[in-house]
Design a protein around this ligand. Structure first.
Ligand code: ADP
Ligand code: MG
Length: 327
């Protein structure tokens, strides 16, 4: 601990960086929101009568999920964004989150940046910080988000049906391309690098899209470990197979300028995209929430996931999704 922050104990730290007045945030006439936030033994949340709670946790470990040099405000944003992305995938409306934080030391500049990025996204998403835990230790961030959906309306992995079309939001692969620049395996010019770096460090959770897809999409998931693996989870849960067209996969101009092999790797098995992949019956009207939607394939009865080119020929890729415990 440096001399400028000597004396900032655990409770000062929580009060200064993570405790803010709780705005109830309830729609008029509905008693929904946060009755008690940070500061007591438990937060007290008021749910929408009859709604279902949707709850998800994601942990970010230094050196594993982020580089130690990352801007703390971007890290705060990303820690919450990856959690909100799970709510988006299920079509949930965010209601609040908790933050469990292990910090090597109470670094004021770092905490100020981190909480600024974190709370800006919380405000923009209507998802207040309601509690957490703070301890000394190797840098580790664990967020749990709470959201709501009407009964029977959550988007699950298990609803894809043969004949459904497969859609992807936004563009895939930029986050992985940025990681490869950091690794030194790909070289980009300054502007190209900043664009893909923002995709890696500052993902946008597709909350409005997820909520708008309630009752329209038959299955959905967010792409955190790569399209092949995450779409594979939908196929497994739904008991179906699929065919996707490599050339149809949406990509940035920066990624489109890379070799065919890098494009394939980043698009199919990139990871950290935080876009949604979902299925919907053909001809159904999709919501326009200002996010690019691209049809990339179709659900089939034959098990497995086939990748084809624009002429319908099989693409051999040898790729698989990211797995923390795979050798
Ligand atoms: P307890 O010992 O009862 O678990 P703590 O001393 O851990 O309580 O935390 C005190 C209060 O501060 C609690 O309301 C807790 O939810 C909140 N809190 C602790 N750490 C954080 C954090 N990183 N972000 C938000 N709230 C936090
Ligand atoms: Mg505690």
């Amino acid at each position: 601990m440096g001399s400028d922050n000597a004396g900032m104990g655990e409770f000062d730290l929580i009060r200064r960086f993570f405790q803010r007045p709780v705005a109830a945030g309830a729609p008029a006439g509905v008693e929904v929101g946060i009755e008690v936030g940070v500061g007591d033994d438990c937060a007290v949340l008021v749910p929408t009568p009859g709604a279902r709670w949707l709850v998800s946790s994601d942990m970010l470990v230094e050196g594993r999920h982020f580089l130690s040099t990352v801007d703390p405000a971007r890290l705060g944003h990303k820690a919450l964004a990856v959690n909100l992305s799970d709510l988006a995938a299920c079509g949930a409306t965010p209601r609040g989150f908790t933050l469990a934080l292990a910090l090597p030391r109470a670094d004021e500049a770092w905490l100020a940046g981190f909480s600024r990025g974190l709370l800006a996204l919380a405000d923009a998403s209507g998802c207040p910080l309601v509690g957490g835990d703070t301890t000394q230790g190797p840098l580790n961030l664990c967020i749990t988000v709470f959201g709501e959906a009407p009964p029977g309306r959550a988007l699950l992995r298990s609803g894809a049906r043969v004949g459904d079309e497969i859609w992807v939001s936004g563009r895939l692969g930029d986050a992985r391309l940025a990681l490869e620049v950091f690794r030194g395996t790909v070289v980009l010019d300054g502007a190209g690098f900043e664009a893909v770096r923002a995709a890696m460090e500052c993902p946008t959770p597709r909350l409005a899209l997820g909520q708008a897809l309630r009752g329209i999409a038959t299955a959905a998931i967010d792409i955190s470990d790569g399209l092949l693996g995450d779409l594979g989870h939908i196929l497994a849960a739904s008991g179906v197979g699929a065919c996707i067209e490599l050339d149809a996969l949406p990509r940035s101009a920066t990624l489109a300028a890379q070799t065919a092999a890098w494009q394939r790797a980043c698009l199919l098995a990139g990871g950290d995209d935080y876009e949604l992949v979902f299925t919907a019956p053909p001809g159904v009207r999709l919501p326009d929430v200002g996010v690019l939607l691209t049809r990339v394939g179709r659900i089939e009865a034959e098990p497995g996931l086939r990748v084809v080119d624009a002429r319908g020929e099989a693409v051999a890729h040898g790729l698989r999704s990211f797995d923390h415990f795979a050798s």
